[in-house]
Design a protein around this ligand. Structure first.
Ligand SMILES: NC(=O)c1ccc[n+]([C@@H]2O[C@H](COP(=O)([O-])OP(=O)(O)OC[C@H]3O[C@@H](n4cnc5c(N)ncnc54)[C@H](OP(=O)(O)O)[C@@H]3O)[C@@H](O)[C@H]2O)c1
Length: 360
């Protein structure tokens, strides 16, 4: 591992891109070298490009405010020559994102992606660092396909699954057979604030395009296995979801009903959550929460406002575990959707891959 890595943020003016800036401007391993976005922002000073849409709760860091925004698509070769790897979170058509990310990878610039475009490409790992770090091994097969030495794409899963999949993961030894999940998702997940989406005040919208499909399918890739040159999805559990948009600024909730082959006792479930940790904790990666899964005994916890920022927004909060009349158990869980669920999850994945030597 080198002492310092130069990084670029593609989609730096967006909601997730802004979060990347707040997590990276004082990062112990990384220096922000490039900010890039659409031709609408390219050529502008960063602070001018985001003047009306900076949505973070800190000022724009002075080290990036005066940087000139580059053109994410037109400047690929130049950007690739300036950085060790890029983070990517852009709002474009799926096929355009696929092509953009592959172009960076082929320019020998690894891509840590928050976009959904490549989540189902069989040799692109979708990594939740505590759960399936071993999927990074598929990168070698991907590089062979792309014909690259260093360039590859690794993706983050959708923010909606970030609370309940970590909670179910340590319970897999009991054979999770089926689960029913309803998510209650914050407006920042749509790249919005109450200022930019006033219709969401005192409101609930029972539809988030594409979210239910992602929430049902993506966990099966996370729990899949590498077979040859691809990741093969797991067959179980069967998952059904409903995803609702709710008037909360940050923090995605999930209400989970779950059944098992060998039903564990309540205390065994709480113990499994308390004792669970992964490679990020062992390696003490800069953005790894010390305690990943946190169970609250109080009936009215976790709450979005009180608990979403636990461990810098990188921990998962769980509560209200109790028996159910139709499933074995039910519980609720919460994760910060733009931290653990988006930029923070991307940064932690980058830290894992850096520690494993993939960025050198
Ligand atoms: N928000 C979340 O919690 C969340 C969670 C997980 C994943 N994601 C994913 O992350 C991505 C970005 O989401 P967001 O909420 O940050 O969106 P956003 O706030 O709308 O930002 C979109 C970004 O994409 C850039 N962009 C748009 N068209 C472009 C083009 N033709 N070429 C280059 N850059 C272009 C924009 O640049 P300009 O400012 O110049 O237009 C902006 O920087 C999406 O794929 C989303 O699904 C979001």
């Amino acid at each position: 591992m080198k002492e310092n890595y130069k990084v670029g943020i593609i989609g730096a003016t967006g909601m997730v891109g802004q979060r990347f800036i707040t997590l990276l401007y004082d990062h112990p391993w990384y220096t922000i070298e490039v900010l890039a976005a659409s031709p609408r922002s390219a050529g502008k000073k960063y602070s001018d490009a985001v003047s009306s849409k900076w949505a973070m709760d800190i000022e724009i860091p002075s080290s990036v405010a005066s940087m000139t925004v580059m053109d994410a698509a037109a400047d690929i070769e130049k950007i690739a020559s300036m950085v060790d790897f890029v983070f990517c979170a852009v709002d474009m058509k799926k096929d355009e994102i696929k092509a953009l990310e592959e172009a960076y990878a082929k320019a020998e610039c690894p891509v840590i992606s928050n976009n959904s475009a490549h989540r189902h490409t069989p040799d692109v790992p979708m990594i939740i660092p505590e759960l399936n770090p071993e999927h990074a091994e598929i990168i070698n097969a991907q590089k062979k396909r792309l014909g690259t030495k260093k360039g590859f794409i690794a993706v983050k899963s959708n923010c909606s699954i970030q609370s309940y999949v970590p909670a179910l993961h340590p319970l897999k030894e009991y054979g999770v057979t089926k689960c029913l999940v309803t998510t209650y998702q914050a407006i920042s997940g749509a790249g919005k604030t109450f200022e930019t989406w006033p219709e969401m005040m005192d409101n609930l919208i029972p539809y988030i395009g594409g979210e239910e499909e992602k929430s049902e399918i993506e966990p099966l890739k996370i729990w899949g296995k590498i077979e040859g040159d691809k990741i093969v999805d797991a067959d179980t559990p069967s998952i059904t979801t409903q995803c609702l948009r709710v008037p909360v600024s940050n923090g995605h909730f999930a209400a989970v009903f779950v059944s098992f082959e060998k039903k564990p006792a309540i205390d065994e479930i709480k113990k499994a959550w308390k004792e669970f940790s992964g490679i990020p904790q062992q390696l003490k990666l800069p953005h790894a929460p010390k305690q990943f899964l946190n169970y609250f005994e109080e009936n009215d916890r976790p709450q979005a406002k009180l608990d979403r920022d636990l461990e810098g927004g990188m921990a998962i909060s769980i509560g209200r575990l109790r028996p159910d009349t139709q499933y074995d158990y039910k519980f609720v869980c919460l994760s910060h959707n733009t931290l653990r669920g988006a930029a923070g999850g991307g940064v932690l994945m980058a830290e894992l891959l850096t520690a494993q030597g993939y960025m050198d």
